[in-house]
Design a protein around this ligand. Structure first.
Ligand code: FPP
Length: 241
């Protein structure tokens, strides 16, 4: 982990908001789902680039709690893409040493998809080359609300004292409790918003907003951004010595 107040090393955890699939497809006169399929193909290349760059954790935003507001055909197309993706990529991810985890509320997801997600998590549980976390039906506020509910239950049943609730306690109830906080958050497609992604966890992350649409995002661009992170001073709120 980067020492406070020092020139940081490369990011250990990179989070990605993969935006711009719809516009990429529309620019080609194709349906939005065509863009999502093109976007899914990019994921593999970027995950592969992590190991040589020393990026041990990568978290990607695949479907937000707000994305249910899209048309029914886009939502069901995305859900079907996630199922296809897991079926197609599971073996390769396992062979390449990628440990896959999912964050987000699984309650609203269809049973078949949840089964595939659970299986992929189990199947890659021994891996440790790269930790890929896929956020599906994920929202930062929803995550904090669900975490608070669990925490409140522990207070109610006496396993946690209200006096022990602090900045160290609450994140233990988040979906990301086993992950380090992201060092760098990249959002593609020219929008400078965080859109409810990893709200708690990104308190001290660096942000990089780039114009490239997600299906055009390449390993070269990823490598350049990760490389430029090394020169930034991160002070975590402290005053430099
Ligand atoms: C945002 O682009 C993208 C999404 C809501 C879906 C992200 C999904 C993928 C990249 C593919 C699947 C990923 C996996 C892990 C299989 P947008 O639709 O909001 O684009 P727009 O802003 O141009 O409309």
């Amino acid at each position: 982990m980067a020492t406070k107040d020092s020139l940081s090393e490369g990011p250990r955890h990179v989070a990605l908001i993969m935006d711009g699939n719809g516009r990429w497809a529309q620019a080609r006169g194709r349906p939005r789902l065509f863009g999502h399929h093109a976007g899914a193909k990019r994921v593999k290349e970027i995950v592969r680039a992590c190991k040589p760059l020393g990026v041990k954790y990568m978290t990607i935003f695949a479907f937000s709690t707000e994305n249910w507001k899209r048309t029914q055909s886009e939502v069901s197309g995305l859900m079907s893409l996630f199922r296809q993706y897991i079926r197609k990529e599971a073996r390769g991810l396992k062979a390449e040493g990628v440990r896959v985890r999912f964050i987000g509320d699984r309650v609203r997801l269809d049973e078949k998809l949840v089964k595939l997600m659970n299986e992929l998590e189990e199947m890659t549980a021994e891996n440790d080359v790269v930790n890929l976390t896929i956020a599906i039906n994920y929202g930062g506020r929803d995550e904090v609300a669900r975490a608070t509910k669990r925490l409140a239950r522990d207070v109610a049943n006496g396993t946690l004292s209200p006096d022990d609730v602090d900045e160290e306690t609450l994140p233990r109830y988040l979906d990301t409790h086993v992950l380090p906080d992201p060092d760098l958050v990249i959002r593609t497609s020219g929008e400078a918003r965080i859109s409810n992604f990893l709200l708690w966890q990104s308190a001290y992350a660096e942000y990089e907003f780039i114009d490239t649409l997600w299906p055009d995002f390449t390993e070269e661009e990823f490598t350049r951004i990760v490389g430029s992170f090394g020169g930034r001073k991160r002070r975590f709120g402290a005053v430099p010595a």
